[in-house]
Design a protein around this ligand. Structure first.
Ligand code: AMP
Ligand code: FE
Ligand code: FE
Ligand code: ZN
Length: 300
């Protein structure tokens, strides 16, 4: 089975409607895929329905941002983490989108975005980058598919508008100069701690997986320390296959997963036309679907 377990739709910062993804996945030669939008399950229902029609395997997922420090107990504002993302990304697989625990976290994350985004726009204005927040919302919420009021609007949408308006040449420049930690218009946002996020994923019937560990930019020893802590908190797996992982990373991470008795997953992190990553260009290890289902059964 060829399955891409990391994709984004217009419900967050992808550019394809959730209901269109299954057709694209089939065209890419996949047998199945997971939709893992940032901080929202809003696209899962239309994606699941379209996947069913096409006879594709579908895993309902989410990618939650959590504080960069898994040892944090309170819920402080995210410090500039050791990563260019300023946070740890946690994938949830087989989550029920009507789960109350997950809804609570999604709502908090959305409110934090609604607070942060206008602050970013204001900081940008102070730097001579004049954008209308309504234009960002229009760009992000152009699609009305799948609970539009619950879409995750964020920096990628702001970055795209900056490119379109000629303020920067690329999304990468927008993040490096302005939007990322250390950037002139960086604004931290309030994020859930690892324990709360993992508990919410489990409560939603899902399996919790550490996304693209190389993005954390940690030494081998620090990564092991992080994984040990996250495993104590209930982590179930590590994303070993990812577009930003070199073969040596995948090998090292697979060994780490074995060491902590965690399952391994993989996917491309497809964002449609917003990133130069093809759907299905990275697939999960052979029997991942079965192992994910087995693991999810214990939280059902
Ligand atoms: P936000 O959701 O507002 O916190 O923005 C984070 C998202 O921006 C990540 O999930 C990535 O998809 C995207 N991103 C982060 N850094 C970069 C970068 N350097 N270039 C392009 N996209 C990025
Ligand atoms: Fe993204
Ligand atoms: Fe991510
Ligand atoms: Zn992602």
């Amino acid at each position: 089975m060829r399955v891409d377990l990391h994709t984004h739709s217009t419900a967050s910062d992808g550019t394809d409607n959730p209901a269109d993804l299954p057709r694209l996945a089939k065209q890419a030669g996949l047998d199945g895929f997971a939709l893992t939008d940032h901080d929202t399950t809003a696209g899962l229902a239309p994606a699941a329905a379209a996947a069913k029609q096409l006879g594709l395997a579908f895993v309902p997922g989410i990618e939650l941002s959590i504080v960069a420090d898994p040892f944090a107990e309170a819920s402080p504002l995210a410090e500039d983490g050791p990563t260019d993302m300023g946070s740890i990304h946690l994938l949830g697989y087989h989550v029920r989108s009507d789960s109350e625990a997950l809804m609570i976290i999604e709502t908090k994350l959305r409110r934090a975005r609604e607070t942060r985004n206008p602050q970013i726009i204001e900081k940008l204005a102070g730097l001579g980058v004049r954008l209308d927040y309504q234009d960002v919302l229009d760009l992000a919420l152009g699609s009305d598919e799948g609970r539009p009021g619950e879409h995750a609007v964020g920096r990628p949408h702001i970055a795209q508008l900056m490119v379109e308006r000629g303020y920067v040449k690329s999304m990468h420049e927008a993040f490096a100069q302005y939007l990322g930690p250390g950037g002139a218009a960086y604004v931290p946002r309030e994020l859930p701690t690892a324990d709360k996020a993992i508990a919410a994923i489990h409560s939603a019937g899902g399996v919790a997986v550490l996304a693209h560990p190389v993005h954390l930019g940690l030494s081998a020893a620090d990564l092991e320390h992080h994984v040990a802590r996250l495993t104590d908190l209930g982590l179930d797996g590590i994303e070993t296959q990812h577009s930003d992982h070199e073969p040596a990373d995948t090998k090292r991470l697979t060994a780490l997963a074995e060491q902590f008795d965690l399952l391994t997953t993989g996917g491309s992190d497809y964002h449609g036309s917003r990133k130069a990553i093809a759907l299905g260009s990275v697939v999960a290890p052979g029997n991942t679907l079965e192992r994910l289902e087995e693991a999810a059964a214990q939280y059902a």
